[in-house]
Design a protein around this ligand. Structure first.
Ligand code: IPD
Ligand code: CA
Ligand code: CA
Ligand code: CA
Length: 284
């Protein structure tokens, strides 16, 4: 309905405005917030800025949309439930790339997704150190600073760059599985493997045509809610790591420029299977 369209436009406008404000806070804090705390492990970092920015976003949205629900990384860390319902829900990652933020590695994003009926309708990713505002509305395309985005048209995996991350688990078995998948992919061979250090920016790189695919196991809904719509609206595809339809709550994702590339990634990643010690066959 036109009423719904209005609501989504208002949501988009507000998400962009508050992401920009949050980005300013993050940019300023990059220079002086060095008090680092840890969460689930010694390499799972959080700062006061993560918490402050999440509160800033939630408070600002609440004033404008008092009925809406929230899922935010640091609220969940503080004990709030992480349940995606059919209600209008803001899915917030206040700083995607906290490790980058702590080290001044220059890719840090504010990620804001908005879902209705468990489907993301608006996605905003603000790469605040680059000052790039990525926006997407379902059915209306994806943009960076107002310019339309289009995924790469590459269908040859051998001419591709694949993005992934190493996550924050240092459990030896989990680390082995990451490297097993990575080895399979490198040996295809591919042009390169990259990781920006933020799930949201990796997805925006897919949407921008800079990398053909991004995959990761261990992500949360706040990492990928906004970015997944940016990928889709730039013409890309989303898949579960086992090839089924993606479930944003499943903690795993493949985002690619097209199905051909996505299916090859799915074939090469070994999320649950035994770790193969044999070198995978050279296909080139
Ligand atoms: C992390 C980043 C990282 C990814 C992790 C995420 P955070 O988010 O997106 O690139 O590898 O899975 O948890 O903790 O910096 O918001
Ligand atoms: Ca985190
Ligand atoms: Ca994140
Ligand atoms: Ca975060």
């Amino acid at each position: 309905s036109s009423n719904m369209v209005d609501i989504l436009q208002n949501v988009m406008d507000h998400a962009v405005a508050v992401a920009r404000k949050a980005g300013e806070v993050v940019r300023d804090a990059v220079r002086d917030d060095r008090k680092v705390m840890t969460k689930s492990s010694a390499v799972d970092l959080v700062t006061q800025t993560d918490q402050k920015v999440e509160q800033l976003i939630i408070q600002s949205v609440k004033e404008k949309f008092p009925e809406h629900r929230f899922i935010g990384e640091e609220s969940v860390a503080a004990g709030e439930p992480c349940i995606l319902t059919d209600d209008p829900t803001w899915i917030i990652d206040p700083i995607d790339g906290t490790t980058n933020f702590v080290h001044t590695f220059p890719f840090v994003a504010i990620s804001i997704g908005f879902s209705i009926n468990k489907r993301v309708e608006v996605g905003v990713v603000y790469s605040c150190l680059e000052d790039k505002m990525f926006t997407a509305r379902r059915g209306k395309g994806a943009f960076c600073n107002g310019e339309p985005l289009q995924v790469s048209d590459q269908t040859d995996i051998h001419q591709s760059i694949i993005a992934t991350e190493f996550g924050s688990s240092r459990d030896p078995e989990a680390v082995d599985k990451i490297f097993c998948s990575l080895r399979n992919i490198l040996n295809l061979p591919v042009h390169g493997v990259r990781g920006a250090g933020t799930a949201a920016i990796n997805m925006c790189l897919v949407a921008s045509g800079c990398v053909e695919a991004y995959y990761e196991i261990g992500i949360h809904v706040w990492d990928v809610a906004a970015g997944s719509l940016v990928v889709l609206e730039a013409g890309g595809v989303l898949m579960d790591v086992e090839g089924a339809d993606v479930d944003l709550m499943s903690r795993r994702i493949v985002a690619a420029n097209n199905r051909t590339i996505a299916e090859i990634i799915v074939k090469e990643i070994t999320p649950f299977g035994p770790i193969r010690d044999d070198a995978p066959p050279q296909k080139h």
